[in-house]
Structure formats: structure tokens, C-alpha cells
Design a protein around this ligand. Structure first.
Ligand code: ATP
Length: 341
């Protein structure tokens, strides 16, 4: 039996940036947000709960990292945000519009690079973009060549524009995909694992391009399973595991809220480890060479240092290292971040 259709909402007029809810009823953080989801949930037909009650708030102007191991629900979330699949329950708004219902109004202002760019290998980089631009009914054909040249320039492909796309490296193909996303001015860029499969040089190029794109105020939402990538390019992060959100906020705050590791540099690593244990330090790790690190104990570190000296440990260095995002992740989950997924 056919389900009754939801009554169609009247087409929204141009640029209705505001939410339908009155401003005063929404928290301040949401008012300036580019993406907001509430209890967003996706259960696939097979029964797999891929996204479970997600509350995400992506501030305007942020470079927002969507971090999680493979299979944690990132791509599913992005597909819901782009109106490609229907949520099972919950809601999402992108640039003030509900999705998927308002996707048609919002998508022209969003540049997306999802699951690798679709390119024609037998066409040059330039011809790929000309073709892509021609498929956009809002794009003025008279300014097409300039628009394409500008986009190629922006991603550093101007010199390679006349080469066939099949001769491009993976990094160049990814940049061409970004150029396609940049043919029109965008308020938001959504990039799903933009450095996946790239070599270190290609990764560096894409990262610096993302920083550059963000510097003019474009909000960038990018998913990644690489902690250090998020730490290098993002201002904000949301951490996913098994379809659920573990935390979100500014990268610096997340790391600052976590205690760093106590690091002792000494030739007497075994004795140092023993004393640190006696002093109540946890998770003690002895590295090859002259380094012992541990979770600092809940006591005055001057006492710990004095105990080391009393025990005859020759201390070269004694410091608490600034917590990294990885430390924060381990503190949150009680487990390491499985980079390989
Ligand atoms: N079309 C589908 N039908 C059924 N299950 C799916 C489908 N797509 C994804 N899943 C499952 O949903 C879960 C979340 O997958 P999703 O692709 O969203 O994760 P991800 O974090 O993006 O991982 P990856 O980086 O590997 O794509 C996984 O367990 C996956 O197997």
C-alpha cells in the first residue's frame, strides 16, 4: 500500500537564511550555525544502525573535522546532509534549510566532494570542468571559460589544464574535483575524506588548499579518519564512534581539557618506571632509549620529581607534554584511535 504523501510545503522564496523557528527560541550557537542536526538517525534496511541520535552544530566560518574510524557513520551522515538519503528519524538543517526537503534550495550554495570526483579520463582537466559547468543550468555560458580558468588557477592546476585527466595523479584528480566544487561561490564545502588514498605530498597539497579556501570565510566540513589531519587543518571537531557522537567543539578546547603525558628523560628507564608507578602514575610506557611517559598522578609533580631523585634516577628531563587530540580521544573512549579502521 502506498504511504500517504506528506503535504508539499510551498517553495521557499530566494535566500530564506532564517530558520522557521523564531530566533529567540534557538540557542545562540545554533543561530550562527551552518549545519545543525537534531537526533539524526539512520537505520539501513538490513537493520544496521549507521547513525544514532546525532546532534551536530557546525559554526559558520569553521573548518569542521568530522572524525571517526571507518564505519563510524560519517559518509551516511554526509549523504543525509546532502539530501541523498532520507534519515530514519531526527532532523537536519543546512544553511538554514531543512534537508532533504529544502535540498533544492540549498545545494547550489554547497560545494561537495563525496567519494571521489566523477571525471572523464579522456577529457582534459579543463574540458572536464567546462562540461561540468555546462551541466549547471544557473551557470552563464558567456563567462564559462573565465570561471573554469579561475577555478583551475585556484587549485593550482592551470599549468596542467590541457592534459588528459587520466594522466593526472590521484592528488591532481582530487584537486580537479575541488575545482568543480568551486566553479560557483559557495557558502559551504563538504568534503568526504578528501585526502584518502593520496601520498604524503598529495595530502599536504590538499590540506593547504583547504586552509586557503577557509581563509576567505567559507565554512568547510570535512570527514577524516586521520587524527593528525584534523589537528592540522581544523578549528573544530566532532568525534564519532559506532554511529554516535562522542564529543564536539573547538580542537584546542578538546585537547586543553585533557591532561597531557608526563615525560621523564633518563638513562635509568626501568627505575624511573618503578618510581612513577609507586607515585601513582598510570599507563606507564617505556620507550626505547631514554624516555618514560605516563599519565600524571593526581599529586604535586614536585613530589614525583623529588621521589625520582631520591631513588637515584638520573633525570635529564621532566615535563608534562601538551595534550594532543589523540590523548583527548583516548581519554574519551578508553581506547586508541584505530587509524586503519
Ligand atoms: N547502503 C548501506 N546499507 C547497509 N549498511 C550500510 C550502507 N552504507 C553503510 N552501511 C553501514 O553503516 C555503517 C556506517 O557506514 P559509513 O559508510 O557511514 O561509515 P564511515 O564512517 O563513513 O566509514 P567509511 O569511511 O568506511 O565510509 C557501517 O557499518 C556500514 O557497513
Amino acid at each position: 500500500m502506498e504511504e500517504p504523501e506528506e503535504p508539499e510545503e510551498p517553495e521557499e522564496p530566494e535566500e530564506p537564511e532564517k530558520s522557521e523557528e523564531p530566533m529567540e527560541e534557538r540557542p545562540a550557537a545554533e543561530a550562527g550555525a551552518v549545519i545543525v542536526t537534531r537526533a539524526l538517525t539512520k537505520r539501513y534496511r538490513g537493520g544496521q544502525l549507521a547513525v544514532d541520535g546525532l546532534d551536530l552544530t557546525v559554526p559558520a566560518g569553521s573548518v569542521f573535522g568530522f572524525l571517526g574510524p571507518n564505519g563510524s557513520g560519517k559518509t551516511t551522515t554526509i549523504r543525509m546532509l546532502m539530501g541523498l538519503i532520507e534519515p530514519t528519524s531526527g532532523s537536519a538543517r543546512v544553511l538554514g534549510h531543512p534537508v532533504p526537503r529544502g535540498a533544492r534550495a540549498v545545494l547550489p550554495r554547497v560545494g561537495a566532494l563525496i567519494e571521489g570526483p566523477a571525471l572523464y579520463g579522456f577529457l582534459t582537466g579543463r574540458d572536464n570542468l567546462l562540461r561540468y559547468d555546462a551541466a549547471d543550468p544557473t551557470a552563464d555560458p558567456r563567462t564559462r571559460r573565465t570561471r573554469v580558468a579561475d577555478a583551475l588557477e585556484r587549485v593550482g592546476l592551470a599549468a596542467a589544464a590541457g592534459r588528459k585527466a587520466k594522466a593526472y595523479s590521484l592528488g591532481m584528480k582530487q584537486r580537479l574535483g575541488l575545482a568543480a566544487a568551486l566553479l560557483q561561490p559557495r557558502a559551504l564545502l563538504v568534503l568526504d575524506e578528501p585526502t584518502n588514498g593520496l601520498d604524503p605530498q598529495g595530502m599536504r597539497e590538499i590540506r593547504s588548499l583547504i586552509r586557503e579556501l577557509a581563509s576567505d570565510g567559507t565554512t568547510v566540513f570535512l570527514s577524516s579518519h586521520l587524527l593528525d589531519e584534523i589537528e592540522q587543518v581544523c578549528t573544530h571537531v566532532a568525534v564519532m564512534a559506532r554511529g554516535r557522537l562522542l564529543t564536539q567543539g573547538p580542537v584546542a578546547e578538546l585537547a586543553a581539557g585533557t591532561r597531557g603525558r608526563l615525560v621523564v628523560t633518563t638513562p635509568d628507564t626501568a627505575d624511573a618506571a618503578r618510581v612513577l608507578k609507586e607515585q601513582g602514575a598510570g599507563d606507564i610506557a617505556v620507550a626505547d632509549g631514554d624516555r618514560v611517559d605516563a599519565e600524571p598522578p593526581d599529586r604535586d609533580l614536585a613530589e614525583v620529581s623529588a621521589a625520582l631523585v631520591r631513588a637515584g634516577v638520573r633525570v635529564r628531563g621532566f615535563a608534562v607534554e601538551r595534550a594532543s587530540l589523540e590523548d583527548a580521544f583516548v581519554a574519551l573512549t578508553g581506547e586508541g584511535f584505530d587509524v586503519a579502521g
